[in-house]
Design a protein around this ligand. Structure first.
Ligand SMILES: NC(=O)c1ccc[n+]([C@@H]2O[C@H](COP(=O)([O-])OP(=O)(O)OC[C@H]3O[C@@H](n4cnc5c(N)ncnc54)[C@H](OP(=O)(O)O)[C@@H]3O)[C@@H](O)[C@H]2O)c1
Length: 326
């Protein structure tokens, strides 16, 4: 099969189309003939040599795919050859074939095109596990989403609204802030020209927000805490500001607030399987009802993976970038 691999870590041109042996599913695995693969921030870090695949996974990037089941292991009863599916992977999605544990596979939600489905598993699983599981977002809460125009951000805005929360987002331009409103945020600020702490207090009549989804870290964490309501939760899923965060612990206590952090790929298989089951139960019906839709920026052919990475690095995109494989 063809795969896009990284023989030497580096810039986007490090991505190289190569032949690799067809993977063979083990007892509990499904093999998927890939239609499309989603790009994620982690793929860029992996390409630069900073975020290797975990042991046992292919050593090239790709955390999610859509496609058609092409073979199943002896112990798999829930999936059949020909099923249209999408899946969360520990790596290796930039390829014509992938094998994946049956518990990480999802049906393509009703009303979603097979290519677009590749953009759903990683954002749905990340946002559900962080904003809902850890952040305990519920109806009536206020949610602050940083990077609202990103793949993660567009899912967080839509899921927050679908669950009955009020959503305010940040983005790096007025145009992207307007896009966040189109996706469903009731308010959105350009973080380059506006103070998101002030905006969060204005949005909540001075109460503060209940949950912050943070993708910046560093100096943002103290500001997130300033933006938080009593009892609020900060969930941290990425670090762009490499300075250590400095937090006023007295304020954290007075606000009875909490700060959580996770990375999805490192979680044990049982936890990822439970997250996928929750996504299927709670998020997929919202997608089928049209209350959440995949937000796709662009689709590149597999062989143009380098151009797709460059687009993501330019930060010009809104929503998900996909690679079309088959
Ligand atoms: N921990 C986990 O399990 C997990 C799982 C999935 C993704 N992630 C992380 O979540 C982040 C979003 O993922 P993605 O795939 O959606 O990537 P993406 O589409 O590339 O999003 C990155 C976003 O960050 C925004 N951004 C940069 N600096 C910002 C700032 N100071 N304030 C607010 N927004 C800022 C960019 O918007 P502007 O250009 O407008 O600034 C861009 O929209 C990535 O860092 C990714 O690594 C973590």
């Amino acid at each position: 099969m063809r795969a896009v691999v990284v023989p030497q870590p580096g810039e986007a041109d490090a991505l190289t189309l190569a032949e690799r042996p067809d993977p063979v599913p083990s007892e509990r695995e499904v093999r998927i003939r890939v239609t499309a693969a989603g790009l994620n921030g982690a793929d860029l870090s992996q390409r630069r040599g900073f975020y290797p695949s975990p042991a046992g996974a292919p050593d090239w990037p790709g955390l999610e795919v859509s496609g058609t089941v092409d073979a199943v292991g002896d112990d798999v009863t829930e999936w059949h050859v020909g099923d249209r599916v999408c899946a969360l992977l520990p790596g290796g999605g930039y390829a014509e074939l992938v094998t994946v544990d049956a518990g990480l596979v999802l049906p393509v939600p009703e009303g979603v095109d097979l290519v677009e489905a590749a953009g759903l598993p990683e954002v749905a699983a990340t946002v559900w596990s962080n904003v809902v599981d850890l952040g305990r977002l519920s109806a009536g809460d206020a949610l602050l989403v940083h990077g609202g125009s990103s793949g993660i951000g567009t899912m967080a805005i839509q899921l927050g609204r679908a669950l009955g929360a009020d959503v305010i987002a940040t983005a790096g331009s007025d145009e992207k802030a307007a896009f966040c409103r189109e996706v469903g945020a009731q308010a959105a600020v350009n973080y380059r020209t506006q103070d998101f702490v002030e905006a969060a207090h204005a949005f909540t009549d001075g109460r503060g927000v209940d949950v912050v989804l943070d993708i910046v870290g560093g100096s943002y964490i103290a500001r997130d805490l300033d933006a938080l309501a009593t009892g609020g939760r900060i969930v941290s899923i990425a670090v762009r500001d490499r300075e250590p965060a400095s937090v006023d612990m007295g304020l954290l206590m007075r606000k009875r607030a909490s700060i959580h952090g996770t990375t999805l790929r490192a979680r044990p298989l049982a936890e990822r399987t439970a997250i996928i089951a929750a996504v299927r139960e709670h998020v997929w019906p919202l997608v089928a009802e049209g209350r959440i839709r995949p937000v796709i920026d662009s689709v590149f052919p597999l062989e143009d993976a380098a151009a797709a990475h460059r687009r993501m690095e330019s930060s010009a995109h809104r929503g998900k970038i996909l690679l079309q494989v088959g």
